[in-house]
Design a protein around this ligand. Structure first.
Ligand code: ST9
Length: 101
């Protein structure tokens, strides 16, 4: 499977997650996924930083901008790797609790 195919599959997985599942990702994690997604699809961030009264857009802009000129292919790989890492962490956490029926 190519990097792009793996990336598309990971994007689909994340888009199909319920909004309110048992696991609630932190804002930092959401921003990491967002930044790799934008870099992978649109490439390097262009345009000015949003104003302070748009804190969400500003956080998104900052996260994406931080990736600089990271190549699209590498952003795709990082997106997939991050999903694998998070999944692995969830499995470990679940294994240590009795919360799973
Ligand atoms: C549970 C099971 O409990 C375990 C889950 C483990 C894994 C957790 C991983 C969480 C990843 C979340 C990704 C966050 C994305 C960033 C959001 C923005 C801050 N990947 O069209 P719009 C961009 S599950 C990254 O309005 P949709 C898109 O370009 C329980 N970014 O939204 C746009 O930005 P801009 C927890 C993506 O289509 C912005 O997001 N459940 C992706 O209605 C909004 O786009 C969850 O965490 C993508 N695949 O929703 C749910 N697609 O305007 C996770 C689009 O600047 N899923 N964008 O271009 C979701 O929140 C949504 O499906 C969605 C897309 C935000 C990814």
């Amino acid at each position: 499977m190519t990097t792009e195919q793996r990336f598309r599959a990971a994007v689909k997985v994340i888009r199909n997650l319920p909004k309110n599942g048992s696991y609630q990702p932190s804002n930092e994690l959401l921003l990491d996924f967002y930044a790799f997604f934008k870099q992978a699809t649109d490439g390097e961030k262009r345009g000015g930083r949003p104003p302070f009264w748009e804190p969400v857009n500003r956080a998104k802009w900052d996260a994406w901008n931080r990736l600089g000129s990271l190549p699209k292919e590498e952003a795709m790989e990082k997106y997939v790797a991050l999903l694998n890492k998070v999944t692995e962490k969830i499995i470990e956490t679940m294994a240590l609790t009795d919360s799973v029926a």
